[in-house]
Design a binder for this molecule. Structure first.
Ligand code: BGC
Length: 366
């Protein structure tokens, strides 16, 4: 059975790489010699989270390998810094901008400038809102990320089999990130029926998005909220069975709080805890039994797809998209390419993260 699951997972990864991977055919018009003057601006939100470092590095390496010049900038999670960096990329003559926005709704003016200069814009991972000048969106299926997290909790607690009631607490991501709502809605599409029928009990009663959202995806804020929840609702020994965390930066804060509050013993085991990104500290936390799962979004695959989109834009060819319905940014539906996320836990991380070369054994040393 285990072998079968591994085979299915391996096949799924191969398929998702095939579905999202870049074409390797060498087109004469795409030889590196005629591209050495083409500048691509890549604007990333922060270096504080491992995934964005990988996103930036993968994009830069793959674009340079194709002969482009790359201006890669990180904005330290500061909106004004990101706007200034994008303005500079426009001044320097970028042909395409790839932007992972900090605040999805704060780029309307700067994108107008980009459009005035004939620059095409690809929203990277996070949709850029309130602008008609977002040409394409490349991301993972964000609703599905939430569904995978919800289904993990559903399966581990045996909710489909009618088990329960179990106690759960719910976290959501940053309200200024459009993805956060998709993750929350995806997870709640699985969990809400069990909350409604009483198999899941949110002991704090805090479950609507606005109440449970953590601004800036901040680990310390997640830790503080978890501390407050434990003090107010679980200090009397009430069992906490599961926590829905939308990503790894929140999960890290939640684990720190659980640890400080005495979880991780036979009497007080760690609750089921979800995550997303498979950041190294979180994979280590999974190996240590502190975090149960994470959703893996292979940044190599997303970068390869974006490079393919850029090639098509530069060569005036049809840009690959596979979704023209889901992502409305307040002004228009942005044509999107959605890659496939997969779940990782302690039973399959070796196959998915090590065998695929994403991490080495040494990366995951404690
Ligand atoms: C990304 C996640 C990431 C989060 C915090 C989201 O937009 O999709 O992968 O964990 O931002 O940086």
């Amino acid at each position: 059975m285990k072998k079968l699951i591994i085979l299915v997972l391996a096949a799924a990864i191969m398929l998702s790489i095939a579905a999202c991977g870049s074409s390797t055919s060498s087109n004469p018009s795409s030889s590196s010699s005629d591209k050495k003057d083409i500048l691509i601006g890549v604007s990333m939100p922060t270096q504080s989270l491992q995934r964005w470092n990988q996103d930036g590095a993968n994009l830069k390496a793959q674009l340079e390998a194709k002969g482009y010049k790359v201006d890669l900038q990180y904005a330290n999670n500061d909106v004004n810094t990101q706007i200034q960096q994008i303005e500079n990329m426009i001044l320097k003559g970028s042909k395409v901008l790839v932007i992972a926005a900090i605040d999805g709704s704060a780029l309307t003016d700067v994108l107008k400038k980009a459009a005035d200069n004939g620059i095409e814009v690809i929203a990277y991972d996070r949709l850029i809102m309130q602008s008609e000048h977002v040409d394409y969106y490349a991301t993972f299926d964000n609703f599905k990320v939430g569904v995978i997290q919800g289904q993990y909790i559903e399966e581990k607690l045996g909710l489909k089999e009618g088990k329960g009631p179990y106690n759960i607490e719910i976290f959501a991501g940053s309200p200024d990130d459009n993805n956060a709502t998709f993750f929350y809605n995806g997870a709640m599409s699985v969990l809400k029926p069990y909350i409604d029928n009483g198999q899941l009990v949110v002991v704090s009663g805090q479950k609507d998005f606005v109440t449970v959202a953590i601004p800036g995806w901040d680990s310390a804020k997640a830790q503080a909220r978890m501390d407050n929840l434990i003090t107010a609702y679980y200090a009397d020994g009430t069992k906490l069975d599961a926590i829905l965390s939308p990503n790894d930066s929140l999960a890290i804060g939640i684990v720190a709080s659980l640890k400080n509050n005495g979880y991780g013993t036979p009497d007080k085991p760690y609750p089921i805890l979800t995550g997303q990104d498979c950041d190294k500290p979180n994979v280590i936390a999974m190996i240590n039994g502190q975090q149960s799962m994470s959703v893996f979004k292979d940044t190599r695959v997303l970068a390869a797809k974006v490079v393919e989109m850029i090639e098509a834009i530069i060569q005036g060819k049809e840009v690959p998209v596979n979704d023209t319905k889901t992502y409305h940014n307040g002004v228009k539906v942005v044509p999107s390419f959605l890659c496939d996320p997969v779940y990782v836990d302690v039973n399959n991380y070796k196959e998915i993260l090590l065998d695929s070369g994403y991490y080495t054994e040494a990366d995951l040393k404690q």
